[in-house]
Each structure stands twice: as C-alpha cells, then as structure tokens.
Design a protein around this ligand. Structure first.
Ligand code: UTP
Length: 231
C-alpha cells in the first residue's frame, strides 16, 4: 500500500469492547503496532465503533420502552463510539491530533499529527460510513475494516456450516448479498449506507479480522487473510 497517503481504519467496537469488558490485551498490542508503523512513516485515521457498549444500551432501551425510535437508538450507539474513541485517543495522547473527529463537516486544515481518532456522527449509519467520508476528504490510500468478522462469506457462517469465505468481490455483488435497510446496531461486514458511498466514490475496502500481523501483511503488500471489495 502507498504510505505517502493516510490509511483509514474502521476499528470495530467489538475489538475494543467485546462482550465482557474492555480488551486491554488487544488494545495494548494495537498501541504498540500503530506506534511502530508511525515510526516507519505511515499515517492513520482510526474510526472507533461502539461495540458491546452500543449494543447493550440499544437492547436495554428497546426492552424497557418497547417503542423507542431508530433515531434515539442510533444516538445511544453514537455516544458509545464517542466514549470508545476518547479511550483510544487517550492512549495515543502524545501522537494523535488533539481533537477527536465528531463533526465530519469540519475538515482539519494543515494536519500535522500522524494519527487522528474519530467517532460516530449522525444517525442512520455506522462508523463504516464515517470512515468512508474520511477516505474521500483526506484522499486516503485505503479503507481497512477491522472487526470480529474476518471475511465476507457466501452465506451467514453462524447459520450455515458450508459458508465459504470470499477473497474478492465487487460492490454490486456485495450489495446484492446484504440487507440494504439500515437498523441500529446491525452486525454485518460493511454497512449498507457506507456501501452505497463506496460505490459512488469508487473506493476499495479490505474486510479483515483483528490480527495485527495480518494487517501488517496487507499494508506491506504481502498475502493477507480477508476480503477485498471494489468496483
Ligand atoms: P458501529 O456499528 O460503527 O460500531 O456503531 P460497532 O458495532 O462496534 O462496529 P462493528 O460492527 O464492530 O464494525 C454502533 C452503533 O452506533 C450508531 C448505530 O446505531 C451503530 O449501529 N451509529 C454509529 C450511528 O448512528 N451513526 C454513526 O455515525 C455511527
């Protein structure tokens, strides 16, 4: 990959806060990895998802009221992404841009820092869409989607034992495989709203799991495990 351009990572909240609390072991590894790559002159935007925090609040609100709007549910998710983004920003305090991106209409002028942390923005999408905005506005080399989903499969691997991982597919093929309707807290490889924008701006997205050695292979142009979606 081209390291003269920034790389946008959509960091699934499931990697920050899986069920059962913050994954300090993983975040420590991520901390070391990002610092090493920055020393090698890579630059990153990391958009942080809401993880189990978002899903727990969304589910609790639904259980209690039974009739809460998607708009309100999405805001619970957005606030969860903000908490997680502040957590990641705190870890990278000495090298990251001082402000977390919360409003994607305000572009950072004359960015000096090699790392920027971002959170959710508006209801109706996930941080995948926010990450796509950053690719467009900061002319990033790629969007790498890291989460607890390692591949796009031919069908839902949780339901079908014969589901096969797909190495490469087009946006058209991907869009036909997913539910195009948005719903708060959905867990799919890449969200439908972000998919539409990826098609429009002709962006390539790499769906990989959490393995940082695998991320390194992808960055360095070596063989990696994961799905490439492009036009
Ligand atoms: P994400 O879906 O981005 O976090 O945001 P996640 O679930 O941790 O990500 P993955 O699936 O592991 O990659 C959580 C929820 O926050 C709301 C949505 O309801 C989303 O499902 N959200 C987030 C928004 O409404 N707008 C945003 O810009 C971001």
């Amino acid at each position: 990959m081209d390291k003269s351009k920034p790389i946008v990572i959509s960091l699934g909240g499931s990697l920050v806060v899986p069920n059962g609390g913050i994954d300090t072991t993983y975040i420590s590894q991520l901390n070391k990895f990002i610092r090493r790559k920055i020393a090698e002159e890579w630059r990153f935007f990391i958009v942080v998802g809401g993880g189990a925090t978002a899903r727990r609040y969304i589910d609790a609100a639904k259980d209690i009221t039974g009739e809460i709007s998607d708009w309100d549910l999405d805001f619970l998710g957005i606030h969860s992404t903000e908490l997680n983004a502040h957590f990641i920003r705190t870890i990278f305090r000495d090298i990251a841009h001082p402000r977390i991106i919360l409003n994607y209409e305000k572009k950072i002028e004359r960015l000096k820092e090699p790392l920027v942390i971002a959170a959710g923005w508006k209801p109706g999408c996930s941080t995948d869409y926010d990450a796509m905005i950053l690719v467009r506005d900061y002319k990033a080399a790629a969007l790498i989607n890291m989460s607890n989903i390692e591949w796009v499969y031919t069908k839902d691997p949780n339901k079908f034992a014969d589901a096969q991982p797909i190495k490469k597919l087009s946006w058209y093929e991907y869009e036909n495989m997913i539910d195009r309707k948005w719903s708060p807290g959905i867990n799919i490889p890449f969200d439908p709203v972000a998919t539409k924008m990826a098609k429009d701006i002709n962006c390539t997205v790499y769906i990989i799991g959490k393995d940082l050695n695998n991320l390194n292979s992808l960055l360095e142009g070596q063989d990696f495990k994961g799905t490439v979606i492009s036009s």
